[in-house]
Design a protein around this ligand. Structure first.
Ligand SMILES: NC(=O)c1ccc[n+]([C@@H]2O[C@H](COP(=O)([O-])OP(=O)(O)OC[C@H]3O[C@@H](n4cnc5c(N)ncnc54)[C@H](O)[C@@H]3O)[C@@H](O)[C@H]2O)c1
Ligand SMILES: O=C(O)[C@H](O)COP(=O)(O)O
Length: 525
């Protein structure tokens, strides 16, 4: 695997990567330079400095993974990466403590005017009155976003004797209680906070979460901290609120454009700033660098990352249990795809028996991968883009689980609807992990889950199977196994012939001309 590291990464991480990959560290690339270089690489390792735009992603030829040494992936066009089947992963947790400590450092600096006083004193000014600060004790801290960093800030700030009010629509009352924190709605947090700190990701929902209207409902003299992402608090609105004295001061580590140029937050004495230093500690940098390197090396060895953004997180334990079902589902999807062809409108998966109790997400993705891979090329559909591609094709995906088992301890049933006609396949995994396809449409059957085969529907009459075998024999095609079954006497039969090699088109045409052969398809699983 060839890896490009395009932002500064701790040496330990670079060394770890070098233990299993060919690594180039080239920082400060311009967008054009990155576009020029990216076709040569299988993996790209970044921090917040590199913008991985759709143009970069589309210029990539063999890129399999974008690894973010850190948390925020707002500098990556994840949608474009997903469409191309590129894994985007990050390393949450590695820099949480550093980000929380930096937030608290900024809050202390803000409360006690430390940067301003320091700089004045260096310039010879001894002014104790001007830099009088405020205490945390008995004040209210409003925390917006109670995830990893928000929670660490909140719990630490309790020790200063602060009352904590937190807003996070995705955190349960129970979790807040466990942390000894009070949840409130955004308006209450903004109205009652003496200090307000934001810790959400930057999303379309959180962009400008705090704007002119939100400043209006805050207390006069409130202090604001943003060590999360530039843009969660509207920069112009914050600069104005500070200039007008509504906000007593602000501490900002992150900006909408970095490095910030012409930013309204720069140049006001009561706004203290740092150049995105939240994660810049020796410890955090080693943590995130090793975490990103390990995930990339796992992918290089054919494994799965632990923190992919655009595919379901599957533990190695789950993967070991689900692997036979995933393989079965992929083959079933491929079988249906080859039998039915493109143009289907919906795919339904029904999980029955013991598999219904398990996490079936990887199985569903495998089924889609098999279905689309046989039609669009196996290389173009992978674990990352399978579901998105199906959705983009306008195919409806339905999944359900049932306890009913119909003779098997577990079963996967796939139904593909094309022009209103439902085509169905069912498979099961036995106790010794043997995978079997046991039903195709209305026929109970036995279809091997790998190899080449001819699947034909024939009349329930004598002297059809023999001539079919003669046709194959004349083409020097060896039959490895045969399964014939019918629904009822006199009803058409399903004939599955495993063959040692692909049957050429001319021979398939001759098979279709055998009297009594209603359909015949060459399938490769
Ligand atoms: N300055 C730095 O160097 C630095 C370092 C680490 C993290 N960060 C940033 O800090 C932020 C938090 O990181 P984290 O690791 O705690 O992430 P996280 O995913 O653990 O936490 C984010 C929290 O925000 C909540 N949230 C999402 N949308 C929300 C909304 N509309 N309103 C309120 N809450 C909402 C989520 O429920 C979640 O609990 C991110 O933006 C991250 O990029 C910055
Ligand atoms: O999202 C993050 O992890 C932080 O903002 C740190 O960013 P950095 O790796 O560029 O310092």
């Amino acid at each position: 695997m060839k890896v490009l590291v395009s932002d500064s990464l701790a040496e330990d991480g670079v060394k770890r990567l070098q233990s299993g990959a060919d690594v180039d560290v080239i920082t400060n690339l311009s967008p054009e330079e990155l576009i020029q270089k990216i076709p040569d690489y299988d993996a790209l390792v970044i921090r917040s400095g590199t913008k991985v735009t759709a143009d970069v992603i589309n210029a990539a030829k063999r890129l399999k993974v974008i690894g973010r040494a850190g948390v925020g992936i707002d500098n990556v066009d994840v949608e474009a990466a997903t469409k191309k089947g590129i894994i985007v992963l990050n390393t949450p947790g590695g820099n949480t403590i550093s980000a929380a400590e930096h937030t608290i450092a900024m809050m202390l600096a803000l409360a006690r005017n430390i940067p301003q006083a320091n700089s004045a004193l260096h310039q010879g000014e001894w002014n104790r009155k001007k830099y009088t600060g405020v205490e945390f004790f008995n004040k209210t801290l409003g925390v917006v976003g109670l995830g990893r960093v928000g929670a660490e800030v909140a719990t630490r700030m309790k020790s200063f004797g602060m009352r904590i009010l937190a807003y996070d629509p995705f955190v349960t009352e129970e979790k807040a209680q466990q942390m000894g924190l009070t949840l409130a709605n955004l308006e209450t947090v903004l109205r009652e906070g003496d200090f307000i700190t934001v810790h959400t990701p930057l999303t379309n929902e959180t962009r400008n979460l705090i704007d002119d209207d939100e400043f209006k409902i805050m207390k006069d003299g409130v202090r604001i901290v943003n060590c999360a992402r530039g843009g969660i608090i509207n920069e112009a609105a914050l600069a104005k609120a500070v200039a007008e004295g509504k906000v007593a001061g602000a501490a900002v580590d992150v900006f909408t454009k970095e490095p910030p140029t012409g930013n309204p937050l720069l140049g006001q004495e009561r706004i203290i700033t740092t150049p995105h230093l939240g994660a810049s500690t020796a410890e955090a940098q080693v943590n995130v660098a090793l975490a990103v390197a390990d995930q990339i090396l796992a992918i290089a060895k054919g494994g799965l990352p632990t923190n992919a953004i655009n595919m379901p997180a599957i533990s190695p334990e789950t993967l070991a249990v689900m692997e036979p079902y995933m393989m079965l589902a992929e083959r079933m999807g491929s079988l249906l795809g080859q039998m039915v062809g493109s143009g289907f409108e919906s795919l339904e998966l029904i999980y029955s028996g013991t598999i219904a109790e398990k996490d079936t997400r990887p199985v569903t993705i495998s089924a889609i991968r098999g279905l689309l891979g046989c039609l669009m090329g196996k290389d173009s559909i992978n674990f990352v883009n399978a579901t998105t591609t199906l959705k983009e094709m306008g195919v409806k995906l339905l999944e359900s689980k049932t306890e009913s088992i119909n003779g098997y301890s577990n079963a996967i049933t796939m139904k593909l609807t094309k022009n209103g006609v439902i085509n169905m396949v069912q498979g099961t995994v036995s106790g010794n992990k043997e995978k079997r396809i046991v039903q195709l449409d209305l026929y109970r059957t036995y279809i091997p889950t790998e190899g080449d085969m001819v699947i034909a529907v024939i009349d329930d009459k004598p002297n059809i199977i023999g001539p079919c075998c003669v046709v194959l024999g004349e083409g020097n095609i060896n039959i490895g196994s045969m399964h014939v079954g019918r629904m009822d006497e006199g009803q058409p039969q399903l004939m599955v012939l495993s063959v040692d090699q692909m049957v050429p088109d001319d021979l398939m045409k001759r098979l279709l001309q055998v009297p009594g052969v209603k359909s015949a398809k060459m399938v490769e699983l």
